[in-house]
Design a protein around this ligand. Structure first.
Ligand SMILES: *[C@@H]1O[C@H](CO)[C@@H](O)[C@H](O)[C@H]1NC(C)=O
Length: 437
């Protein structure tokens, strides 16, 4: 009985430990943000703004903010309550003293209706104008190591010094790579404060694509009417069930093309408010590599042979060539990058490029052979494509070779002499007999 109670007590302690550890993990950060403040109020240019550091003290519950103002060392401190704990992700909360810090920007925003076709229905009936009468902010935070990005919309009621997260949009795939033709998933999820009147007032999701100043709509979805916009890409979709049940607004590209590399912006709208995060998609397709001529002709010493290393069907356009010669003992000698041609672009947007190598076979070990390799270095991986070389050794023989040849010649001469002597010996006898007859 006593043993049992000891085990029981120990397990209770263990559970308590675990709970504390878990709580420790989700500790919320104090974040440093850039916050634009108008320069010298009352004088100077009205539009000029200074970026000043502001401190964001984040907690998941309002009561956790310990008697406000004691900790406010900065001129600009915001005590933010985020029940969704989106801002408490470990990528936003580096260990104390670490050099790398999340990047955060805080801005004042003005709620307003949107005229976008798939968003406009949200504000048809003005539902919460009173609720909108507050100070509004948006904080965009990029976590460490491209692990996550989040944008939150924060409401600060005019009558109280508190800041509540109302809407958050998060991505956990800030940088996505995909092979050509394969599906890609661009993560995006959102959260709306359940106690806000905006919570059940409908939502819209919009995905836009942006590349070098050009952009287009990938997908627009009116969640209130459950209607997808007519314009947009065909091979892009959402998990509509996951969207309505778990606020999973991830974009699914069913079959990726090279031209889909670029920036994707996930915007979630609720009436009068919007939050968005940006992601990067890169289609990374390694090259198919072959070394020509194939099959390899026999190389005659003194002859110079041109080799081609052809890399095709790759993306992005970032490829390095390296030629290497491996001798029979396994020693590797670099032959440089060869002369690389300009790239060609295929109809599918992939690239091709060739490197030409002039190989002077006098440099090769004769008769021993070796291996010639073309090494291609690409974001999709490093590949080595090899051909074996065989050099026939017969011109300009070395002294050792000459001596050996003389030796062989002597032996051969002796052999021939011996054989012909044996045969001609008997022949002579025959002729002698004939003479006698
Ligand atoms: C969101 O939906 C996508 C596509 O169905 C899925 O792959 C992903 O796991 C979902 N994310 C979460 C957090 O459920």
């Amino acid at each position: 009985m006593t043993e049992f109670s000891t085990i029981y007590k120990l397990s209770v302690i263990a559970v308590l430990f675990l709970v504390q550890a878990a709580a420790g993990h989700s500790s919320c950060p104090v974040m440093e943000c850039w916050y634009p403040v108008e320069k010298g109020r009352g004088g100077g240019l009205a539009s000029a703004a200074n970026q000043v550091p502001a401190l964001l003290f984040i907690k998941t519950e309002e009561q956790q903010h310990d008697s406000v103002n004691t900790a406010s060392e900065s001129d600009y401190s915001f005590f933010i309550t985020d029940p969704s704990a989106s801002l408490c992700h470990r990528a936003l909360n580096p260990p104390k003293g670490s050099i790398k810090k999340p990047h955060c920007e805080l801005n004042r925003i003005q709620p307003q209706p949107s005229s976008l076709q798939w968003v406009a229905p949200l504000t048809e009936s003005e539902k919460s104008p009173l609720y909108l009468g507050a100070q509004w902010y948006a904080a965009t935070i990029h976590g460490l190591d491209k692990e996550m990005s989040v944008t939150t919309v924060i409401r600060s009621p005019l009558e109280a010094d508190k800041h509540n997260v109302i809407l958050s949009v998060t991505t956990k795939t800030v940088y996505v790579t995909a092979r050509l033709g394969e599906p890609a998933m661009l993560d995006c999820s959102y959260w709306v404060d359940p106690s806000s009147p905006l919570h059940d007032a409908g939502f819209s999701v919009e995905w836009r694509y942006q590349f070098r100043g050009n952009g287009h709509l990938v997908l627009g979805y009116d969640g209130k009417a459950d209607r997808l916009s007519d314009i947009g890409e065909k091979k892009a979709t959402l998990d509509f069930e996951g969207l309505h049940q778990n606020r999973n607004a991830s974009l699914i590209l069913t079959e990726t093309r090279v031209k889909q590399s670029g920036t994707y912006i996930c915007s979630v709208h609720v009436p009068y408010l919007l939050a968005q995060v940006a992601l990067e998609l890169e289609i990374v397709e390694p090259p198919s590599v072959s070394v020509l001529p194939s099959p390899l002709p026999l190389i005659v010493p003194g002859q110079s042979v041109t080799f081609h290393c052809e890399a095709s069907g790759f993306a992005p356009l970032s490829l390095d060539f390296r030629w290497e010669l491996t001798d029979s003992e396994g020693n590797v000698r670099s032959l440089g990058s060869g002369s690389v041609t300009g790239h060609r672009e295929g109809t599918d947007g992939t690239f091709s490029q060739t490197s030409k190598l002039q190989l002077d076979s006098a440099k090769l070990e004769q008769g021993r052979g070796g291996e010639l390799s073309c090494v291609t270095v690409h974001p999709g991986g490093t590949q080595r494509t090899s051909v074996s070389l065989n050099v026939i050794g017969f011109s300009t023989p070395s002294i050792e070779d000459s001596m050996a040849m003389v030796g062989v010649a002597l032996v051969l001469y002796g052999l021939i002499k011996f054989v012909s002597w044996t045969f001609s010996g008997s022949g002579d006898e025959e002729s002698d007999d004939k003479k006698k007859n």
